[in-house]
Design a protein around this ligand. Structure first.
Ligand SMILES: *[C@@H]1O[C@H](CO)[C@@H](O)[C@H](O)[C@H]1NC(C)=O
Length: 505
């Protein structure tokens, strides 16, 4: 008889009924108490912090001269569908990631509750709100966002206005006693920051100042970028980390063309990686932010599969390069389909109204790679609840770590899309039920793509901060490794030349 069998037998001996009952009950209660302890100690995902009272904290700008209205301040999505994808119970780790690792269990101060602690350079206003013709008064280079919000120019400029919304959100975090979402807070001591924010409105600088003037060799945009590089590289914060813990916004694909080669150790906020070498920008280091949609949100959308009479909608430019080929092929294969709208020409001012009507009365909206893999068309489609059909193999999608785009978008490989009738047959095969599911999902996720001031739970502003916060732990790892020998006396040349592993820092 082996040990095990003997034990089993002795167990049998004592398992008379009352004893057995007692034993089972105590085991169950023990298990339940453990479950209880476990549940109460596992911390909720950070986003629940954001379900705290929302902010009606700012009065609207009093100065009615502002030429841009702050869009969407009124629209409300309540608390529905906040990160549904994250409720599957496998989080728990995110919280520790987002906490500042150097707190070491100290008594918590006010700042510890925030997802991301940001140090922002007091760059001269010519780099940011000065580009909006705002003039500083007094000592501050910043507007008082409680009373004054300089307007951002409308039209196509707005699609890259990410820099504006993020900077406003940082400034707003300092308003005392305002109930705020616990995503970002500005800290004045850069040693306490998770990330160092560079408040350069690079997209606006590109849009406004990249036309060459007759007598100047360099555009104003180029000069500003040069100044920025000079400013940054002379800062203690930059020298400390060689820029690795810096955050720079370059949402317009052509913004920062000059400076990016010198500032690449920083984390960039981009629309895609289309015009970047992968050593300068990549999915590990950088953050993809949505475009701000130009087509207004479709509130009270009572449409349905049948009332949206256009099957497939596309409005865009033809480009000679790469994407243009696909667009032309598709045009020839789709132009005779009665329920397909396919026309060329980019949406300009009055075109927005037409595109709004077009997208709102279509079941599917095409997104074909153009001269860059991304465009605001995708976000216009989402705002119109028109199921996006994405033909762009190199597209990068914002917040894809928490969003499963296949639930509300159709993806078609370019190689398939140019195959005769592939696309139209595929789209026609999607029935009412399947489409309605995707349409419903679009309405659930649309708030992730809204830029608000003040920012709201689960809107684009806060989602971008969340995405940035995910970059912080690997960044700290790099920095700490980088500092290993910081106390050692300078080493001899030979030792310094030992090649480091690729991507070491
Ligand atoms: C900034 O923070 C660091 C680390 O917490 C601290 O050692 C330092 O004294 C602070 N500096 C100032 C000026 O408060």
């Amino acid at each position: 008889m082996t040990m095990v069998e003997r034990n089993v037998n002795s167990f049998k001996l004592i398992s008379k009924k009352p004893l057995f009952f007692f034993f089972s009950m105590t085991s169950i209660m023990f298990l339940m108490s453990w479950l209880f302890v476990f549940r109460s100690t596992s911390r909720p995902h950070f986003i629940y912090h954001n379900l705290l009272p929302n902010s009606k904290l700012f009065s609207k700008p009093e100065d009615s001269k502002f030429h841009t209205k702050i869009p969407n301040v009124e629209s409300s999505f309540g608390n529905r569908a906040i990160l549904v994808d994250n409720e599957d119970g496998e989080d728990g780790e995110d919280e520790s990631e987002t906490k500042n690792s150097n707190d070491g269990g100290k008594c918590s101060n006010r700042n510890d509750d925030f997802l991301l602690k940001v140090f922002m350079y007091d760059l001269p206003s010519e780099f940011h709100f000065g580009l909006l013709n705002w003039k500083p008064s007094g000592n501050s280079v910043w507007p008082n966002v409680r009373t004054t919000i300089p307007g951002y120019p409308g039209g196509l400029n707005l699609q890259h206005s990410i820099e504006f919304w993020l900077t406003l959100d940082i400034l707003a975090s300092e308003i005392p006693n305002a109930p705020k979402a616990k995503t970002v807070i500005r800290v004045r001591n850069s040693s306490e920051a998770d990330i160092i924010f560079v408040p350069f409105f690079s997209s606006l600088s590109y849009n406004r100042n990249s036309k060459p003037t007759p007598n100047e060799k360099k555009t104003r945009n180029m000069i500003l970028q040069e100044k920025l590089v000079k400013y940054l590289t002379s800062q203690e914060e930059w020298k400390r980390s060689k820029g690795k813990d810096h955050l720079i916004i370059a949402h317009h694909p052509n913004s920062m063309l000059d400076a990016r080669m010198k500032l690449w150790p920083a984390t960039f906020i981009l629309s895609d990686f289309g015009r970047y070498p992968s050593s300068i920008a990549n999915v590990e280091k950088d953050v993809i932010a949505p475009y701000k949609h130009l087509i207004p949100s479709y509130v009270n959308d009572n449409s349905n599969f049948d009332s949206r009479t256009t099957l497939l909608y596309f409005q865009g430019a033809i480009y000679r390069k790469d994407g243009g080929y696909v667009r032309q092929e598709l045009y020839y294969s789709l132009k005779n389909e009665k329920d397909v709208h396919f026309s060329f020409g980019s949406i300009q001012k009055d075109g927005i109204k037409k595109a709004t009507e077009g997208m709102r009365s279509s079941k599917f909206c095409l997104n074909i790679a153009g001269d860059t893999p991304s465009s605001n068309r995708l976000f216009d489609a989402i705002a119109s609840h028109c199921v996006p059909v994405i033909i762009s193999d190199a597209i990068e999608l914002p917040f894809e770590d928490v969003l499963d785009y296949s639930e509300f978008c159709i993806f078609v490989r370019t190689i398939d899309a140019v195959e005769e009738n592939y696309l139209i047959n595929f789209i026609r095969s999607i029935g009412k039920e399947e489409w309605t599911k995707m349409w419903n999902k679009l309405k659930e996720v649309e708030h992730f793509f809204e830029f608000n001031f003040p920012s709201k739970e689960g809107d684009a502003v806060q989602m971008i901060w969340q995405a940035v916060s995910h970059k912080v732990p690997p960044l700290k790892l790099k920095l700490n490794r980088f500092r290993r020998y910081s106390r050692s006396p300078p080493s001899i040349e030979k030792e310094l030349k030992i090649p480091l592993p690729k991507n070491f820092w």
